[in-house]
Ligand binder design. Structure first.
Ligand SMILES: Cc1cc2nc3c(=O)[nH]c(=O)nc-3n(C[C@H](O)[C@H](O)[C@H](O)COP(=O)(O)OP(=O)(O)OC[C@H]3O[C@@H](n4cnc5c(N)ncnc54)[C@H](O)[C@@H]3O)c2cc1C
Ligand code: SF4
Length: 325
């Protein structure tokens, strides 16, 4: 591992205008330290944010404010999350292992990097790791790769489960930028690869995620998080679906569906959701919705199976949300 400078940040450091611009932020370290060991990330300076005051969960009239430094485990087991946002509870607990969830933070979960094998293998070309070097996955082994929103430069997926639930719930992300707080709608946090796959998100160097704001509506009556993976535990999603419904007299009042494992960001289309309002909540209509949501999907060989699988997963998740067991 390349030598680096380590600083533990205090609240006073931030108040005195210490800039994080030239540092890489370290939270739980469960992704960043692995990447440093592999030689994928080579920071000169690490800024450990572990002692900053963002380790609380606060309830208010606007919903629930999750501190960026609250661990994934403490978030999942918080009473308000279990009661009002069971979708998020289920999504977080489907991820990683108990030990990892005890260490991983909410902010780090949002900005964890792709699990593309070639990104981690420094002997292989990868535009995300080394812009301009090529993409080994497009004509390689791409079982875990994207089918939506891909580009000729990159077909990686975002690996988080938590983010898929947060996208469905339409959370917001609070970011400290140059001393001011910026509120970013969840669907604008991550980006599609385009010509710049080295950029996973729309944050700027030095930006610090401080909180995640959950809206008041948690869809606790009709929700499902369905994760399909090669092993039943301790595996990233091949496909995941976060589904939320509101139904009145058999008709759809509100519907939110976000997909994981299919794109460079959680995949959600508001326009397609709006088309469903007022329609009967039926398997036929869920199938129609699934077709619309993944319109234009393109596979790359080893991941051909994902196109049929994701359609079936969407319908299954919506039916489970409609008829909770
Ligand atoms: C074996 C294994 C299996 C896993 N399985 C799953 C799984 O099934 N599903 C899943 O969703 N995840 C899974 N994970 C990923 C795990 O959830 C992430 O590693 C973890 O959430 C990252 O959080 P962290 O606090 O450790 O982040 P770190 O590793 O400290 O940081 C990750 C990135 O976020 C940046 N960062 C961290 N906090 C902030 C902040 N507040 N503001 C700005 N930037 C920040 C860092 O600079 C870094 O780039 C797995 C991980 C491992 C090692
Ligand atoms: S899919 Fe993206 S991350 Fe994977 S090798 Fe290609 S450029 Fe790199």
């Amino acid at each position: 591992m390349k030598p680096f400078q380590y600083t533990r940040l205090s609240t006073q450091d931030l108040a005195s205008g210490t800039t994080l611009r030239d540092s890489t932020i370290l939270a739980g370290g469960t992704n960043l330290i692995d990447l440093m060991k592999y030689g994928v990330e080579k920071p000169d300076r690490l800024a450990d944010i572990g002692k900053l005051p963002y380790a609380q969960i606060e309830e208010s009239d606007e919903g629930l404010l999750l501190g960026a430094l609250v661990t994934n485990a403490d978030t999942a087991y918080h009473s308000a999350v279990k009661k009002t946002y069971p979708l998020l509870h289920k999504a977080i607990l489907s991820a990683a292992s108990a030990q990892l969830r005890n260490r991983a933070t909410n902010g780090g979960n949002l900005l964890q990097r792709t699990r593309c094998y070639y990104f981690y293998d420094t002997a292989m070309p990868c535009n995300k790791r080394e812009p301009g070097s090529g993409c080994a996955a497009i004509n390689g082994f791409n079982r875990i790769h994207a089918i939506l929103g891909t580009s000729a430069s990159c077909i990686a997926t975002h690996p988080s489960d938590m983010c898929v639930a947060l996208a469905a719930l339409e959370a917001e992300v609070h970011v400290l930028r140059k001393g001011a707080t910026l509120v970013i709608p969840f669907d604008q946090l991550h980006r599609l690869p385009g010509d710049h796959p080295e950029k996973d998100h729309n944050l700027e160097p030095g930006d610090l995620i401080t909180h995640i704001q959950l809206p008041t509506e948690g869809f606790s009556d009709h929700f499902e998080y369905l994760k399909i993976r090669d092993r039943e535990s301790y595996a990233f999603a091949l496909i995941s679906v976060a589904a939320c419904l509101k139904v009145s007299e058999g008709k759809i009042e509100d519907i939110r569906v976000a997909l994981g494992g299919v794109a460079h960001k959680p995949w959600k289309l508001k326009k397609v959701e709006k088309e469903m309002i007022g329609k009967v909540a039926s398997t036929d209509n869920f199938q129609f919705f699934a077709e619309r949501l993944i319109q234009g999907a393109q596979s790359f060989g080893t991941n051909d199976f994902k196109i049929l699988l994701v359609k079936r997963a969407i319908v299954r998740a919506l039916n489970s949300a409609l008829n909770p067991s």
